[in-house]
Design a protein around this ligand. Structure first.
Ligand SMILES: NC(=O)c1ccc[n+]([C@@H]2O[C@H](COP(=O)([O-])OP(=O)(O)OC[C@H]3O[C@@H](n4cnc5c(N)ncnc54)[C@H](O)[C@@H]3O)[C@@H](O)[C@H]2O)c1
Ligand SMILES: [Zn+2]
Length: 378
């Protein structure tokens, strides 16, 4: 059993810049110490954090044009002097052609290996710019400055970078770790409520399988949190990033522990694929998938009823769906094709209690069928 809340911050001799209300941590990523700055105004601390790790190169910004429109003042105040390329940030434009345009721009700008690319945007821009940084000159520095909650808590660490292929999502890419992560929670104020809730689903997922204390904190304040609560969000975002970074550092390539992060994603992905683009947000699908997983874990007498109830209550408080009407057979067909499957047995991430997850490959097919029926009932 995993007791992740015993993980402590990584000791490091150097202090990080302390902005008002900004939570700072040293993460370990790719065997390096990586400064994390999370909280209101965190972006302003970035230059000092980079100086602190000895970075002396030039900065180039690849930014989501929508995020730039919304936060131009803040961006220019901190990074005004850095050359900037804005891109659409749409999932449909997460392509190798878009990466190619970033490469062209970096060549024109004469970017060197000692320089760094800052990804400013949602998960699309972080993945795309991350891959450009990983591949240009066989790798220049990368700074993730995510502007959506989902990108802050999920796409900002873990090292997965890449783009879509016409035949499938995220088929092209590389593992590549950032020099620094800066999650400025002030930027979240402009997020639509639904996108915010969908980001919180990934936080709830992490808490359910890794951290009972984070879960309890969400139970206390989750229901009242909104996109504008930059200060209250700081420790929650920081803890989520730290948890993910820790799991990934133990298992970058997903042979074991990293799979835990797929909690709720088995059924979630199958629902998402069938729902049609834009109808069901990724985080919403994860919430429904968590409910399916809890159903299975309860039936296996692995997860106590009380803990399953706490998960249901938290997801409800966060404004997330607990079920999604869909054709159960269609969802089951897509489950059988889940790319996360190893060998012929479907692997499930299940919770043993609030705060601890485990991987099981012995879930009877009828039980999976039953769980899908429950969460897809209209
Ligand atoms: N690498 C990883 O580990 C990882 C993890 C999770 C998700 N992802 C990827 O992330 C992508 C999804 O990320 P996402 O949910 O951030 O979506 P996104 O990047 O598509 O952004 C969603 C929308 O929000 C807008 N936006 C960005 N910042 C905003 C702000 N501050 N206020 C208002 N609107 C803003 C964007 O312009 C966009 O229209 C997917 O491509 C997924 O594959 C990667
Ligand atoms: Zn996810």
């Amino acid at each position: 059993m995993r007791v992740a809340h015993e993980l402590t911050a990584h000791p490091h001799p150097d202090p990080l810049p302390e902005g008002e209300g900004v939570t700072t941590r040293w993460l370990r990523a790719g065997g390096r110490d990586v400064p994390l700055l999370a909280g209101p105004g965190a972006l302003a601390e970035l230059p000092r954090a980079l100086a602190g790790i000895g970075f002396q190169g030039r900065l180039f910004v690849v930014a989501d044009e929508h995020a730039v429109d919304l936060h131009a003042g803040r961006l220019h105040a901190v990074l005004g002097a850095a050359p900037m390329l804005t891109i659409s940030g749409l999932e449909a434009d997460k392509t190798v052609e878009a990466v190619s345009r970033v490469w062209d721009w970096l060549v024109e700008q004469g970017a060197q290996r000692r320089d760094a690319l800052i990804a400013f945007g949602g998960g699309v821009v972080c993945d795309l710019a991350g891959f450009a940084a990983a591949s240009y000159l066989r790798g220049i520095g990368l700074v993730n400055a995510p502007t959506t909650l989902l990108a802050q808590v999920d796409a900002s660490v873990g090292g997965k970078t890449g783009v879509n292929h016409p035949r499938g999502k995220n088929l092209i890419g590389a593992f590549y770790q950032p020099l620094s992560v800066v999650a400025d929670t002030d930027l979240l104020a402009t997020l639509p409520t639904r996108a915010f809730a969908a980001g919180m689903a990934e936080v709830a997922k992490m808490a359910m399988i890794l951290d009972a204390r984070l879960f309890a904190r969400l139970e206390d304040i989750g229901g009242s949190l909104g996109p504008e609560d930059a200060e209250k969000l700081a420790p929650i975002v920081a803890r989520s990033i730290e948890l993910k970074a820790d799991v990934v550092e133990r298992d970058e390539r997903e042979s074991g522990d990293r799979m835990l992060l797929n909690y709720g994603h088995t059924v979630g992905h199958a629902l998402e694929a069938g729902a049609g683009y834009g109808t069901l947000l990724h985080g919403e699908a994860v919430a429904v998938g968590m409910q399916a997983a809890a159903h299975i874990a309860q039936r296996l007498e692995m997860l106590p009823t009380e803990d399953a109830r706490r998960q249901t209550d938290l997801l409800r408080q966060l404004g997330l769906p607990l079920a999604w009407p869909a054709n159960a057979d269609g969802v089951l067909d897509r489950l059988a094709l889940d790319k996360k499957r190893a060998g012929s047995r479907q692997r499930w991430v299940l919770a043993e209690c609030v705060g601890a997850g485990r991987i099981r490959d012995d879930v009877p097919v009828e039980l999976a069928r039953d769980a899908v029926a429950v969460v897809t009932r209209a």
